[in-house]
Design a protein around this ligand. Sequence first.
Ligand code: ADP
Ligand code: MG
Length: 353
Amino acid sequence: MARLDLNNIAKSYHAVDVIKNLNLAVDNGEFIVVVGPSGCGKSTLLRMIAGLETISGGDLLIDDARANDLPPQKRNIAMVFQTYALFPHMTARQNIAFGPEVRGECKSATREKITRAAGILGLTPYLDRRPSELSGGQRQRVAMARAIVRDSDLFLFDEPLSNLDAHLRADMRTEIKALHRTLGSTIIYVTHDQIEAMTLADRIVIMNKGKIEQIGTPAELYDRPANRFVAAFLGSPSMCFLPGKLRHASGGAKAELGENITIRVDKLAKPVEQAILGIRPESFVLDQDGPIRMTIDVVEPTGPEVMTYGHVMDQKVRCVFKGRPDVCVGQEVRMRVDPADIHLFESNTGNRL
Ligand code: ADP
Ligand code: MG
């Protein structure tokens, strides 16, 4: 069992507040992914949970018991870092066995655990190699095996795949997901990779400047971002933002973007003078009767789709068109967007309307 509660957790270095009154409840067996820009406090948060960093304020509860002052070795938490931190002079097996040996666990039990972890992670043929004789992905798996043999209920991962190439990342992602299913452990996983966040998480936590902007399932965050920051952060290429006025219209509502561009939006509580329309690149649809006129600046065919960069009035817009539409640089195309695919934000606060 590993339940985790962070109640008003704060961290400051000297006078600098790095984490500010952060609240998060993690259920037993949940897979939480933490994302956010570099420097927003993700690693600091993990290190406080692991006990590698003191907590400046608030309460950390592990299985309902206050753990703020519990030494790291008593927390039974396994942590995997971005740099795998393997001992170069030891074989994979010795690296994996190191923790249990230091803890004085019985040798035959350790052997069994290593066999099992190596089996789960496909490491069996490589156990007698040193790190220098292993690929990046294999080293990463040794680091994970070392975490698995801790028999811990709580795993913390700090950008574990960021040193791997794209192909290996995808493979390892699948393995981590399978590992979670097999072990049923609670996982808190930090990444800056969108796909990892969307595919691995039961819930995603989006952090910004030491605070949580939004917590929710990947679908909740993607479909109903609470504010502009979350909207811009999730999704690649990221959401486009167009300023406009929101007005009631017959049978619904409309947004006036200027230069005679008026588009339908979902119904509105009240007119808004300064709103921001958020539209994902894949929500634009080429339509010669569509209200949005875009002048194309760059066309990038990727195979299954065409990425198109252009501008609508003086606003930069990115579009992703499926298939092989006939578009070229300098052309003015017309597009429409389904009202349900338009996110509305208040201009001043950036909050969702
Ligand atoms: P992230 O992992 O999200 O990139 P970190 O948690 O590593 O961010 O860092 C958050 C902030 O805390 C950064 O501004 C960083 O400079 C600062 N910080 C981290 N560790 C220390 C430290 N030991 N002393 C002072 N400032 C630190
Ligand atoms: Mg970090």
